[in-house]
Design a binder for this molecule. Structure first.
Ligand code: AMP
Length: 422
């Protein structure tokens, strides 16, 4: 394994896996450039060292070649952020790409078209008939795996060394995130995003300054069980908000109206385990609720909102944000913490009416950070929230990975990380 800080990039063609999977609007303009912006330090480092860049990424989930998912849409933003022209190959493994890569001069940037236009990237057969037999399925899988090797070799042939800077896909054993590393046994390394993510997660999970508090929110417990179990072995305090909080309140005998509710027995088990492990759980004590339907709320309709004791939500009301008493209690916990992990909003922050709780948490995490705590914000929606409230620069680290972050924290070795390290 090599290190980006020490590697000699002079006259090297560097193939880099970025995560340029950014949201686009109907006019195909980039609406959030966070991921492209985050890639700039790695790009600058390679150019400063005298190398050229062949950039690989995916965009969205195309089922084949599709103009809607073309990476050409990101070029204006990319050019602006790196301050230079971007060359573009309209097929990631075509002759044009090979020719352009061969002629690339130091300091030039070549962007390859969306890797996922090819099923070889993910290594999963596409377009299998719904009634395919098991034999047909396994034959198709074998064919794709064979084609995948050629795909990897073709991409690798463009370059002298490989950098993986796509944390968002590090939990996937895809061609460009994992397999290609094998073609560069002595010339593979992490980019700065990967380095930063690994450092931040290791710091929080393996060497946290105490007290360590995690805030878990979002809608579902079911998707977060492994991370909750892992965190119970790590944290001193666990703040549970958002939709997932109500299952715990119900488990404790509360009336939650028609708020979200999942497996009550599971919530009881988690509460028991927390008790045994001396983890203090902080559930909400009050809630902002409405009688309106979730669709009405999401459509921005003017809805009537009432605040209730969290144990006494009347029938027909659905809790959609933490109340201010809960926030005050949580704030005190956060201000006394030395390490903070925030995953998931504590309310439906996407709509103004139910954004106050999540905004207050964001501000409290920022304030605690200002007072010396280390804070890591990760997992899709808390990142969206922190960006929405313009607080990203006031916390210690904002992770670019959703699934990858959670899996890494659960202790799973990510294929993309392993492929560089081994
Ligand atoms: P998740 O993907 O499970 O992390 O959930 C994120 C989503 O949870 C966000 O879109 C929030 O709007 C939503 N959410 C947060 N609090 C609640 C709540 N009390 N009821 C329903 N949805 C919620």
């Amino acid at each position: 394994m090599q290190f980006i800080d020490k590697y000699n990039f002079k006259n090297k063609r560097v193939i880099v896996r970025f995560d340029f999977n950014v949201p686009l609007n109907k006019e195909f303009q980039v609406t959030d450039d966070t991921r492209i912006r985050a890639a700039v330090p790695t790009i600058k480092k390679i150019f400063a060292g005298g190398g050229s860049i062949i950039a690989m990424s995916h965009l969205g989930r195309p089922k084949g070649v599709s103009d809607n998912f073309s990476l050409k849409h990101i070029i204006p933003v990319l050019e602006k952020l790196i301050g230079q022209k971007v060359l573009f190959a309209g097929d990631c493994v075509g002759n044009e790409a090979a020719e352009m890569a061969k002629n690339l001069k130091a300091g030039e940037f070549l962007l390859l078209e969306n890797l996922r236009f090819y099923e070889e990237e993910e290594g999963k057969p596409r377009n299998l008939p719904a009634d395919a037999s098991d034999d047909e399925k396994s034959a198709a899988k074998k064919t794709v795996k064979e084609k995948q090797k050629q795909f990897v070799n073709r991409l690798a042939s463009f370059a002298d060394c490989y950098v993986n800077d796509s944390f968002g896909t590090a939990h996937r054993a895809h061609a460009s995130t994992t397999l290609i590393a094998g073609n560069f046994p002595n010339d593979k390394m992490f980019g700065y995003i990967m380095n930063g993510e690994i450092e931040a997660i290791e710091k929080v999970m393996n060497a946290p300054e105490r007290p360590f508090t995690a805030i878990l929110g979002g809608s579902k417990i079911s998707t977060k069980i492994p991370i909750i179990e892992k965190l119970l072995d790590k944290v001193n305090n666990l703040i549970i908000g958002g939709g997932m909080g109500f299952t715990f309140i119900k488990a404790l005998g509360g009336n939650i109206g028609c708020s979200l509710c999942e497996d009550v027995e599971l919530a009881k088990k988690i509460l028991k385990a927390a008790d045994e492990k001396n983890v203090k759980i902080y559930l909400p004590v009050d809630v902002c609720a409405t009688r309106a339907s979730f669709d009405e709320v999401m459509n921005g309709a003017a809805v009537d909102v009432q605040v209730f004791d969290i144990y006494k939500i009347p029938e027909g009301f659905q809790g959609l944000d933490a109340g201010m008493q809960s926030i005050d209690i949580w704030k005190n916990v956060l201000f006394a913490s030395k390490t903070i992990l925030w995953n998931g909003p504590v309310g439906v922050f996407e709509v103004e009416t139910f954004a106050a709780g999540t905004l207050a948490i964001g501000k409290a995490v920022a304030e605690a950070t200002g007072k010396g705590a280390y804070s890591l914000v990760g997992g899709g929606d808390s990142v969206a929230a922190i960006n929405k409230f313009n607080l990203a620069s006031e916390v210690s680290y904002v992770s670019t990975g959703g699934g990858a972050l959670l899996e890494y924290m659960e202790g799973i070795e990510l294929p993309g990380v392993k492929a560089i390290k081994e």
